[in-house]
Design a binder for this molecule. Structure first.
Ligand SMILES: NC(=O)c1ccc[n+]([C@@H]2O[C@H](COP(=O)([O-])OP(=O)(O)OC[C@H]3O[C@@H](n4cnc5c(N)ncnc54)[C@H](OP(=O)(O)O)[C@@H]3O)[C@@H](O)[C@H]2O)c1
Length: 318
């Protein structure tokens, strides 16, 4: 896979680091905006990336690139993905995949029609902690309550309070705690339990109407999933799946928890410890595998999952 990385922010730096160890993933190009040329050049030098673009359309014309990775702000995911697919490139696009489900559906159809791969870069369904939760789930009996909390006061929250608006708090740019942080909880819940029967969202709103924290309640047969995300306040983050015979617990946010605990009849023990869980390595390895083996069914299945998550988001924000 010959990848053009688009963007130069936090997640791009993580991607560049994590992709180093992945066989068959080559960093062919980096594309940044003209105003960020110096940052792009520094990343290109540090990670020995041969090509540097400051014009996205020009990058999409480059024949040595087969896949673009989009590590850019939420509101432009749809447009950049569409342009890449139209140019015949596979796309790995960061979460939240799009702003709404109709955009996701449109992009999935375009990828299918063009014979291209399209992936949402959300590490949860590919992570060892998630796989452990799924495998061990039958042990805890009939499910009663799911609690997921990812609450971390944003480094940009003080700016927000002082009237300085970053995309993460801009509703026009698909900012807010649901798109940014609670979406991980929705990914985990939807990947384990599928579509909920009903969705409710209770949010705290900032002065510009953006949800700065909130709780989504997803109703399933016999149990509820209570998913909280906060960018205005911090608490210990984690996930608990409560069943009639015991519970499973993640210590830390759904996206990067390092430990999984199992308790049956009051006896809690750690059943997995994986310090690498916050890395993007597992998901990108799987994307590279699907591409190498042309495993389109696996790709389609994950797109269905992305569509389901976007449907839940839409129900929350309705
Ligand atoms: N999977 C994960 O674990 C994870 C973790 C964090 C973030 N993310 C996702 O990654 C994405 C980026 O987040 P981040 O934390 O890296 O943000 P960030 O540090 O603020 O970086 C944002 C990037 O988007 C670019 N950008 C902004 N507006 C643009 C526009 N109109 N056209 C082209 N490029 C534009 C910026 O370019 P300039 O520098 O030129 O402005 C910058 O490179 C978000 O969608 C976020 O949800 C995922």
């Amino acid at each position: 896979m010959n990848i053009c990385v688009v963007g130069n922010g936090n997640i791009v730096k993580r991607f560049l680091e994590d992709v180093q160890s992945i066989e068959d993933a080559r960093l062919t190009a980096i594309c940044v905006r003209e105003a960020s040329r110096e940052k792009g050049a520094a990343l290109s030098e540090k990670y020995r990336i041969p090509l540097l673009f400051t014009d996205y359309s020009a990058a999409l014309l480059e024949p040595s690139i087969d896949t673009v990775y989009l590590g850019i702000s939420n509101h432009i995911h749809y447009l950049y993905t569409k342009q890449a697919l139209e140019a015949g490139k596979n796309v790995i696009c960061e979460k939240p995949f799009t702003v709404n489900p109709s955009e996701t559906g449109e992009l999935a159809a375009l990828a299918e029609k063009s014979g291209l791969f399209l992936w949402e870069a959300c590490k949860i369904p590919y992570s060892p902690t998630f796989k452990t939760l799924r495998e061990q789930l039958p042990l805890i009996g009939a499910l009663r309550v799911i609690r997921c909390n990812y609450s971390r006061k944003s480094s940009r929250y003080t700016d927000f309070q002082n009237g300085i608006l970053h995309p993460a708090f801009d509703p026009e740019k698909a900012g807010g705690s649901l798109y940014d942080i609670n979406i991980y909880n929705l990914h985990l819940t939807a990947a384990l339990f599928g579509a909920p029967k009903a969705v409710h969202y209770y949010a705290n709103y900032g002065s510009n109407g953006v949800d700065i924290s909130g709780t989504a309640v997803l109703e399933y047969d016999g149990f509820h999933a209570v998913c909280t995300g906060a960018k205005d306040s911090t608490s210990p983050s984690g996930v608990v799946l409560q069943g009639e015979k015991g519970y499973l617990r993640l210590e830390g946010p759904a996206s990067s928890a390092a430990k999984v605990f199992l308790s049956l009849d009051g006896d809690e023990r750690c059943i997995l410890e994986t310090p690498d869980n916050g890395k993007l390595t597992e998901e990108v390895k799987e994307f590279v595998r699907q591409y190498r083996e042309q495993d389109r069914d696996a790709c389609r299945k994950m797109l269905d999952h992305s569509l389901l998550v976007m449907n839940i988001v839409e129900q929350c924000l309705r």
